[in-house]
Write a protein that binds this ligand. Structure first.
Ligand SMILES: NC(=O)c1ccc[n+]([C@@H]2O[C@H](COP(=O)([O-])OP(=O)(O)OC[C@H]3O[C@@H](n4cnc5c(N)ncnc54)[C@H](OP(=O)(O)O)[C@@H]3O)[C@@H](O)[C@H]2O)c1
Length: 330
């Protein structure tokens, strides 16, 4: 089997300003267990096989290693900067005045880029937790969402876009009430919103709200993040790739259930960003969106399979005195 995917067969999807973004990208969060070199090796392999969208973040701790791969690709790897769509995100401990610029400057230096394509506010709450902490860890600096606090971060994001350091700005882990409160205040609106999105957690209201507002949803954990950090696992969690509806459709198409999740996301109009260290898997993930689409009936069956099961609950972002993770998701 060929080691690359015909790029012309991987659809691009339109953004609200008429530009486009690849319909699928690669995630780069090593879930606290994959080391930076392993992730950047996978990015190098993914570039070779045809990925052009990479979802990065300062908190993933691997932007410097990924930057080396980008630099190599631009120098002799036959890839131009303009072909890539690279995202990064400001972490929750960099929400203070002046911090957002410092954070993007560090990401640009690490990624060895002059600009990113989209810079996200990773979470709409200020806090800090150490890498590898357990689920009950609480930061004394954690604060609940406030419109004022969020807008002070967003004003900094807008200035970064004005300066050309990012083409677009985006939000992540938002809810409809939060968006209703902040969108009317934005001078520059978010072009993309990252949200957890897989067949067991479809967030249809938020998804439709984004689309109605001209914001393209980017689906994270599109395979149900089987290797997510232990702190993000509970015994009740549904497994997207084991839902009977997904399994039967996978069998009908003769593919792994992971690929059904990705076809579904792309056909919904989301941009999934699956992570993989395994060449066979990341190659299959890219190829599957260019061939053998799901039928209307299969899309409908997956739509009805939603278990409304949030996996990334965000417990470690809770502030002292909060009742539980549901407080984050109004
Ligand atoms: N904005 C946010 O707050 C936020 C939150 C979470 C995640 N994200 C982003 O979303 C990305 C994706 O989420 P995620 O990494 O948590 O989970 P995911 O993409 O749902 O799942 C990744 C796991 O699935 C396995 N996998 C990948 N392709 C497969 C295939 N074809 N068949 C079988 N298994 C396969 C991988 O294992 P192998 O390595 O063995 O293939 C990997 O461990 C992250 O990397 C990150 O960039 C953003």
């Amino acid at each position: 089997m060929s080691k690359s995917v015909d790029l012309a067969a991987v659809p691009a999807v339109a953004l609200a300003d008429g530009n486009s973004i690849p319909c699928i990208g690669m995630g780069t969060f090593g879930s606290d267990h994959a080391d930076p070199k392993a992730v950047s090796d996978a990015v190098a392999g993914a570039l070779r096989c045809g990925y052009r969208l990479f979802d990065c973040a300062s908190v993933y701790g691997n932007e410097a290693q990924i930057g080396e791969v980008f630099a190599g690709a631009f120098e002799g790897g036959g890839v131009s900067r303009e072909e890539l769509f690279v995202t990064s995100k400001v972490w929750n401990d960099m929400h203070g005045k002046g911090d957002v610029l410092l954070s993007l400057a560090k990401s640009l230096k690490d990624l060895r880029l002059d600009y990113v394509d989209c810079y996200f506010v990773h979470w709409p709450f200020p806090n800090f937790h150490p890498k590898g902490c357990d689920v009950d860890s609480r930061s004394p600096d954690a604060r609940p969402f406030s419109v004022e606090g969020f807008m002070s971060v967003w004003r900094q994001m807008e200035r970064l876009a004005d300066m050309g350091l990012t083409r677009y700005i985006g939000m992540s882990n938002m809810t409809i009430p939060k968006l209703e409160a902040v969108l009317p205040l934005c001078r520059i609106r978010p072009m993309l919103i990252e949200m957890e999105l897989h067949p067991a957690f479809q967030q249809p209201e938020l998804f439709d709200y984004c689309v109605a507002n001209g914001i393209r949803p980017v689906g994270y954990c599109p395979l149900g993040s089987p290797n997510r950090p232990e702190r993000d696992k509970t015994a009740e969690d549904a497994v997207a790739t084991e839902l009977p509806e997904v399994l039967s459709i996978a069998e009908a198409h003769g593919v792994h259930p992971a690929l059904v999740c990705l076809k579904w996301a792309v056909q919904m109009g989301a941009v999934p960003i699956p992570f993989s260290l395994n060449e066979r898997n990341y190659m299959a993930n890219l190829r599957c969106v260019a061939e053998d689409p799901l039928s209307g009936d299969e899309m409908e069956r997956i739509g009805k399979a939603d278990r409304n099961c949030r996996l990334i609950k965000g417990q470690v972002f809770l502030w002292p005195g909060a009742d539980g993770w549901e407080d984050l998701w109004d």
